[in-house]
Each structure stands twice: as C-alpha cells, then as structure tokens.
Ligand binder design. Structure first.
Ligand code: PLP
Length: 393
C-alpha cells in the first residue's frame, strides 16, 4: 500500500524532534551535527531565540490579512531588501520556486509590454536547479525531473555553464534573458566564474536582455557577501531568493529593477500566503541580523577555515576526495565515486550532509557555525572516509 505521505523522497529513517544551533536531536537525545540546515535554510541555526521571539510576537498579533490589504511588515522588508541590493521592487512568495517563477513572468511580461512578445525565451544553464514546478522542470530538461510530466513549457534554451562563447552563440532575436544560479547548488556546488558573470552582464547590455540570477541557495550571506553577484562587481535586473531569507520559516522573494518590472501591473500576479505577516516578521529579523557588523566577516573567516581543513582531508584521502569546491559556506567535496555511500556513513557518524550532482557531498551549515563545529565535522568526515576505504577493500 502506498505510504500516506506521497513517496517522492528517499528518506533516512531518522526523526528529529528538537534543534539547537548546528545540532538536531532525536527523541532519545541522540545529537547530530547538522551541516545541511534544512538545505541552506537555517542561516542562524535551529531555534534561534531572536527568530522565535519575532515569530511568536507576530503570532500573537495577526497571522494573515490577505494581499488585498497593506500587510504588516511587507513594506519594511521590501525597503530593507532594496537598501541592501540592486532592486527597486520586491514580490514575496512562500518558496524558492515561486520566486523563480515570478522572475520568469516578470521577464516575459517585460518584453510583451515593450511590444516584443517574441522575446520570450530565456537562456539557462546545464546542471541548473530552479525547483519543481512544470516551468522549472521544463528549464531543467532532465529525464529524472521531467519524465511523465509533459507537456512541458517551452521557452528555455540550455547552454553549458561557465562557457562564454556558447552563451554568446545562443542569443537569438527571441532571447529575453540570460539566467543562472550565481553558484549552482543541486548541480554540484559550482560557482559562476567572475568572467562568466561579467560576460553575461555585458551581453545583456549589448543585446537589451535582462540578467536574471537565482540566489535562492547562494544568496543571503552564504558565500561571504550578502549576494554572491557582488563578488563579480555586476548587478542583475531580476533575482530570486528564498531559503536563508526566512531562517527556517518558508518565505521567498523576487527582486527586480523598476525597468524590468515595469509591466507588472495590478492583477498581473498574486499569491494568498506570500508575504504573510508571520513570514515578514521573521524575514525582517533575519535581515536585521545578517546586516549586523561581523556576520559576513564570520562567514568569511570560518569558511576559509573549513576550506583549509577539508583540503587537508582531501590530501589524506586522495582516493576518495577529488576536489574541495564552492564558495563561502556552500562547500562541496567532490568524491571519486557517487556520494551515496559517504552520505550514509556520515549519517552513521551523526553528521548531516547532503548530496549534490552525482558525486559531490554538500555542506551548507548555519552561517553562525563555529570553528569547533567545523573541527567536529571534519573528524566525522575523516571517520566516514576511513570506514568507506575499509568497505571498498
Ligand atoms: C538554486 C535553487 N533554486 C530554486 C530552488 C527551489 O526552491 P524551493 O524548494 O523552495 O521551491 C532551490 C531549492 O533547492 C535552489 O537551490
């Protein structure tokens, strides 16, 4: 008989009942070191007292009022996002893929409004992951995500990631935007090179296209700057964010310049729950916290330490770890084999990691992770590596 929860996930048979900082606990008190944090979500760890306070204070006031009214907090969060990014305007959603889909709609509508409705195609990158709606899987085009779900949505042209020549060649009179994750997450923790970001921006300027970035996983401080695009000295026209924006509470946002979003008039888009008062209360506090002095500096210090430590481990286990990659606290260990066995052994040693691509072990801990916790994660990974080598022999 089918599981009463739709069985689309291969779940580990572990239930966590409590979280604190970088730790998760099962009912019998067993502690796991959580270096996944809800997949790059809990930027300030589990059960952060400031976020609990923000959420519960709002919960005692009002939960939902509908976007027919001015929603408590929405304006403030939007203003704050404007202050700290390229954006002039923000649409709030409940998830990453909804923010992404809003970006796609902004782009199509932009060119429709300019009298160029034929420019409805978006150049996307191989290895992408933007979510699981029909449009998002249509952009991904992989059999794993798409089989059986047709008809898919037309309008996405894939090019190899980080290949400037291929990007330039792919532009046609039907192209409206260039789009990619500033650091690919699910695909295998692959940063866009600075040259690629700069070239994408230049090509957009040259051809009148919009640059649309997905920073759902890599944004909100994870790479050591608030937005990963900052490190290349370029700005997008549209960007979707989510995950760490809510620090564990579901919220996403699509950010855009005034020019890009000019055609998003009353009635052109909407949501029941997006930008609800609970989500706004938490997002506001997350933004307050992340922009406090020292937070991003900590990400840079601690991620450099993690990079150093995991590189040492790579030298210790060259037949198992091929490469250490990523940016900031978006860390990938590329293995010499598929990640499943190492992932299983990490869990056995009470370290939570995630896979990415085929052969990458991903660590995306809370931004507040401490050096001692990095040391513990390295020790647990070392133990898992030793065990894996035994298994192999
Ligand atoms: C880069 C990126 N885009 C989009 C998404 C989709 O976000 P959500 O699962 O909240 O819809 C994810 C989720 O992993 C992601 O990593």
């Amino acid at each position: 008989m089918i599981n009463s929860v739709l069985p689309v996930y291969k779940r580990a048979d572990i239930q966590f009942v409590r979280g604190e900082g970088c730790n998760l606990f099962t009912a019998d008190g067993t502690r796991y070191l959580d270096f996944v944090a809800g997949i790059a979500v809990c930027a300030f760890g589990h059960a952060n007292p400031r976020l609990i306070k923000a959420l519960t204070e709002q919960a005692n006031k009002v939960w939902i009022v509908s976007n027919m009214f001015v929603v408590p907090g929405q304006q403030r969060v939007a203003e704050k996002l404007k202050q700290v990014s390229f954006a002039d305007t923000v649409f709030f959603t409940n998830s990453g893929v909804e923010a992404w889909e809003c970006g796609v709609k902004i782009i199509r509508r932009h060119f429709w409004g300019k009298g160029q409705p034929e420019r409805n195609r978006i150049i996307v990158a191989q290895g992408l992951f933007h979510g699981r709606t029909i449009a998002a899987i249509s952009a991904a085009k992989t059999p794993k995500m798409c089989d059986g779900f047709g008809p898919l949505v037309d309008g996405f042209d894939q090019v190899p990631f980080n290949d400037i020549e291929a990007l330039e060649k792919a532009i046609t009179p039907q192209t409206g935007a260039i789009h990619f994750e500033t650091v690919q997450g699910e695909g295998g923790i692959t940063p866009a090179t600075t040259a690629y970001l700069k070239a994408a921006r230049a090509l957009c300027d040259k051809h009148g296209l919009l640059l649309f970035l997905d920073e759902i996983q890599c944004g909100m401080g994870r790479t050591g700057t608030l937005w990963a695009y900052e490190q290349a000295g370029v700005k997008p026209d549209v960007m979707c964010i989510a995950k760490s924006l809510g620090g564990g509470f579901p919220v996403g946002a699509c950010l855009a310049t005034e020019a890009a979003a000019a055609e998003m008039t009353v009635g052109s888009h909407g949501t029941t729950y997006g930008g609800n008062p609970l989500a706004m209360a938490v997002a506001e506090e997350v933004l307050n916290m992340i922009t406090e002095p020292g937070v991003l500096a900590h990400v840079n210090t601690v991620s450099a330490y993690a990079d150093f430590k995991f590189r040492q481990l790579m030298q210790e286990f060259p037949t198992l770890i091929k490469d250490v990659r990523g940016k900031g606290l978006m860390l990938g260990l590329q293995l010499t084999e598929e990640y499943a066995d190492m992932h299983r052994l990490l869990l056995k040693h009470k370290l939570i990691g995630a896979g990415a691509g085929k052969d990458v072990l991903r660590f995306v801990p809370p931004l507040t992770v401490r050096e001692a916790e990095i040391d513990e994660a390295v020790e647990k990974t070392r133990a898992a590596c030793q065990e894996r080598l035994h298994e192999r022999h």
